[in-house]
Design a protein around this ligand. Structure first.
Ligand SMILES: NC(=O)c1ccc[n+]([C@@H]2O[C@H](COP(=O)([O-])OP(=O)(O)OC[C@H]3O[C@@H](n4cnc5c(N)ncnc54)[C@H](O)[C@@H]3O)[C@@H](O)[C@H]2O)c1
Length: 437
């Protein structure tokens, strides 16, 4: 059992903190946002993530997990400090490391005994070395410390499961001492034979970007395949399934849709391109994936226009605002661009999301007309556009939808509705890569 402090209690920090406590460690989760800490101390979750409340409650009850806004004290009283603050996109596509560096300064000023400074935030290659230098310059006493890179691969929507049962754990270390302590921190995973990749810090930092960029490329690739399938009467689902039967390809991440979004792929692909540029490497494939992703949002808009060429005054019901199912995260969600595009064409947009409406209004579209149910949203609508693959939307009753709508137009940007049923109930429809089968 190790004493751990997690700085930054967002999607990654909160899930990781609770998960590390579940592994038997003693964990203090901290944040500069006092309101988040207050919520957590009242037993409320600041984010939506399936299974998170149970995990947090269980570990708070055992006394292994606590929350505090006193970051100084938390650093002083612990040995392993995980940095889990945001690294958003900077002006030129680079990762903005201001929060990470601010945290490193706080750690340096509270260095009262040996510490491990472990970066869980996604940071570009070279950051570990930068943090080490910064701490050496700013530490308040000559105590030892080690910097470790431990990128996180959890997916929003299944973050708890992903953290507790990861495909692999990556540890970028420069000392045996740090490696052995981290092995103890992750002991239950070692016992379960979870693959552990122990490497140097630059390799670890690059593994995260290479993985995310590769997945982004896969998504953009299948989206372009889907766009062609729509033109030639082919079925992208059959194509993806058959491709996935080839072990070299794998069937995962071959789901066409409105393009990737969220708080990771868009910024991580841009950051990798930027790091490449700084180092004289032109990431042409990743650049193409970014461009194809931006275009994909327009492709969805184009499908809506095929069904309703004149959008002026037309009521468009958007079903799904989150960038994917099972999360309340709307950062860089395709819905943002698509709603903006529809409004610029004169459409009247209404939206429904089972969880994410509050965040969409709070952070991005305060004026958006959000409704409390599917039926309320589609009443009198001229078109429905499905943007998130929520289970609730998979089960839509098409006859009921048709009865409520003004005209039966659907763009199913997640391919969750049965083409046979759309035909049977007389919808004019478009999906992604199955519109012409
Ligand atoms: N969200 C994901 O699915 C995911 C997955 C893997 C990796 N990551 C990476 O993890 C990092 C965190 O992402 P997130 O989605 O959890 O972000 P987030 O925005 O949900 O959480 C970040 C938290 O850090 C806090 N914070 C900011 N500056 C701080 C400071 N100086 N001191 C203390 N707290 C501070 C914020 O108040 C916020 O609560 C990012 O680098 C991201 O790329 C995210």
């Amino acid at each position: 059992m190790r004493k751990i402090c997690v700085i930054g209690t967002g999607y990654v920090g909160l899930v990781s903190g609770a998960g590390l406590a579940d592994f038997g460690n003693s964990v203090i989760c901290t944040d500069i946002d006092q309101s988040k800490i207050d919520m957590l101390n009242r037993g409320e979750m600041p984010i939506y993530e399936p299974g998170l409340k149970e995990l947090v409650d269980r570990n708070v009850a055992t006394g292994r997990l606590s929350f505090s806004a006193d970051i100084d004290a938390a650093v002083q009283n612990t040995e392993v400090i995980f940095i889990a603050v945001g690294t958003p996109m900077g002006e030129n596509g680079e990762a903005d490391l201001r929060a990470v560096e601010a945290v490193a300064s706080t750690i340096a000023k509270n260095m009262n005994a040996y510490k491990i400074v472990c970066t869980k935030s996604t940071v570009p290659v070279g950051t570990g070395a930068r943090l080490e230098k910064l701490i050496l310059q700013q530490r308040n006493s000559e105590v030892d410390f080690d910097v470790v890179s431990n990128p996180e691969f959890l997916r929003e929507g299944s973050a708890v499961k992903d953290f507790l049962h990861p495909d692999r754990v990556i540890l970028g270390v420069s000392s045996k001492r740090a490696e052995l302590i981290l092995a103890e921190v992750y002991r239950p995973l070692y016992i379960n034979d979870t693959p552990m990749v122990i490497t140097n810090i630059p390799s670890s930092e690059m593994i995260k970007y290479a993985s995310n960029a590769f997945l982004a490329v896969k998504i953009s690739f299948i989206n372009e395949v889907a766009n062609l399938a729509d033109k030639v009467g082919a079925d992208v689902h059959t194509i993806a399934k058959a491709m996935g039967l080839d072990g070299r390809i794998s069937p995962k991440f071959l789901h066409p849709g409105p393009g990737f979004g969220g708080s990771c792929f868009p910024k991580d692909t841009e950051a990798l391109v930027h790091t490449g540029e700084v180092n004289g490497v032109d990431f042409q494939v990743v650049k193409a994936a970014i461009a194809a992703n931006k275009a994909q949002r327009k492709v969805i808009l184009g499908k809506a226009l095929e069904l309703l060429p004149d959008m002026t005054g037309k009521i468009i019901a958007i079903l799904g605002l989150a960038f994917k199912a099972n999360t309340d995260d709307v950062r860089d969600a395709p819905a943002l661009d698509i709603i903006e595009g529809l409004e610029s064409l004169g459409a009247v947009v209404r939206a429904y999301d089972p969880i994410a409406s509050t965040n969409m209004k709070k952070y991005f579209l305060p004026e958006l007309d959000t409704r409390n149910s599917v039926s309320e949203t589609v009443e009198g609508a001229d078109m429905v556009i499905i943007l998130t693959e929520w289970n609730e939307l998979r089960g839509l009753s098409l006859p009921d939808l048709k009865k409520r709508m003004n005209s039966a137009n659907i763009v199913d940007a997640r391919n969750i509705l049965s083409v046979d049923q759309l035909k049977e109930f007389g919808f004019n429809y478009r999906n992604v890569g199955r519109s012409t089968i």
